[in-house]
Design a protein around this ligand. Structure first.
Ligand SMILES: CC(C)(COP(=O)(O)OP(=O)(O)OC[C@H]1O[C@@H](n2cnc3c(N)ncnc32)[C@H](O)[C@@H]1OP(=O)(O)O)[C@@H](O)C(=O)NCCC(=O)NCCS
Length: 182
């Protein structure tokens, strides 16, 4: 898993790699101490990225309790990672990604990803997706899916570049993309 020679594991749930310009990134599972960092991630989004990720421009209703609720893994049915950019001892939250088992298919899990604008197109999405896929496979999921707004061209291009296919397109509805894991 991973891209490029600088990719490494330092323990099971923490991954470090160097991005463009040698920027160091650290990916690990989210814990309940990450609420402030997840809020900062949401604050750092452009209106377009916010809309693509949350489906609305106003995320004022994303309160602490709601954020805490998405910090917990759920016995393999859900999992959640955060990526920080590291500069010396300073860690800046730059991205997060989760998967949550779909209700309609117990062998399929839905992915949700968010990379703040400043750090898009640096390979972070690719790293997060590799981690999501690895973890989902380990928990016996057979496919990943994503629901993408028809106007979210970057996510669509990203998914196709990572082996997803569009399987449901209905006018005015999110497009459903799926990737088999086995
Ligand atoms: C879509 C998103 C997840 C992509 O993550 P990313 O870290 O920027 O993507 P990566 O740098 O890993 O790019 C991997 C590939 O995806 C494609 N891609 C990524 N961003 C793209 C963009 N803006 N336009 C076109 N293609 C893009 C490219 O094929 C790229 O490969 P390349 O670098 O060899 O050209 C990120 O832009 C994002 O979080 N957007 C806002 C929130 C959002 O829309 N979330 C999804 C909700 S369903």
């Amino acid at each position: 898993m991973g891209q490029g020679p600088s990719f490494e594991y330092d323990r099971l749930s923490t991954i470090r790699w160097s991005g463009p310009d040698g920027q160091l990134f650290v990916m690990r599972e989210v814990t309940c101490t990450d609420v402030a960092d997840l809020k900062q991630l949401a604050r750092d989004l452009s209106p377009a990225a916010r809309y693509f990720r949350f489906g609305r421009f106003n995320i004022a209703d994303l309160g602490d309790e709601q954020i805490k609720a998405i910090c917990d893994g759920d016995s393999g049915r859900a999992a959640h990672w955060i990526v920080h950019a590291q500069d010396g001892v300073d860690l800046t939250p730059v991205a997060n990604a989760r998967y949550v088992a779909t209700r309609s298919d117990p062998k399929q899990t839905e992915i949700l990803m968010l990379i703040t604008d400043r750090w898009q197109k640096c390979g972070i999405g690719r790293q997060l997706l590799a981690r999501l896929s690895q973890c989902a496979r380990a928990h016996d999921f057979e496919s990943l899916c994503a629901q993408v707004l028809p106007t979210n061209q970057p996510m669509q291009t990203f998914l196709v570049s990572q082996g997803f296919d569009p399987v449901v397109r209905e006018a005015g509805r999110p497009i459903v993309y799926v990737k088999k894991l086995i």
